[in-house]
Design a protein around this ligand. Structure first.
Ligand code: 4NP
Length: 156
């Protein structure tokens, strides 16, 4: 069972690179590097080519997660190239589905929070204009959702 996962937010510098790197961390711990492949993208073009936000990088480092990668924009080819597309919030979800003009790929697109087990949030909140608490919260919520996602992949 090889799975290709794409995590998507607005800018691809805060939430989705965190989700990608947290998921890779959990995948490595589980010894499943050859089975599950992760990438991330943003629905906007705002930060194409940028590394992860340094406030997000600091919050991830506190939990032992190193953030890597450069921002890229979501593209229609991603619908074919990935098995599962995980939107961080409902705007991202809507913006992704808007690009699926024929409705062929709707089953591949899910909200990240659907996989959280310890948090009842329906969205991963956008931390960009807030303080450090928001960045820390994103990491904790994503640790929960990524572990639920890994378990759900293992059970399928
Ligand atoms: P992200 O956070 O979508 O989690 O990467 C944001 C990054 C940049 C902006 C908004 C949210 N921005 O408005 O530039």
């Amino acid at each position: 069972m090889a799975s290709k996962l794409l995590f998507v937010c607005l800018g691809n510098i805060c939430r989705s690179p965190s989700a990608e790197n947290i998921m890779n961390h959990l995948i490595k711990e589980a010894g499943k590097e050859n089975e599950i492949i992760c990438d991330s993208a943003g629905t906007s073009s705002y930060h194409i080519g940028s590394p992860p936000d340094r406030r997000m990088t600091a919050a991830a480092a506190k939990r032992g997660i190193q953030l890597t990668g450069r921002a890229r924009q979501f593209e229609v080819a991603d619908f074919e190239n990935f098995d599962l597309i995980l939107a961080m919030d409902k705007d991202n979800f809507r913006d992704i589905l808007y690009q699926d003009k024929q409705g062929k790929y709707q089953d591949k697109v899910r909200l990240m929070c659907d996989f959280a087990r310890e948090h009842s949030d329906s969205e991963v909140p956008d931390p960009y204009y807030g303080g450090s608490d928001g960045f820390n919260y994103v990491i904790d919520l994503l640790l929960d959702a990524c572990s639920g996602l890994l378990e759900s992949l293992e059970n399928n």
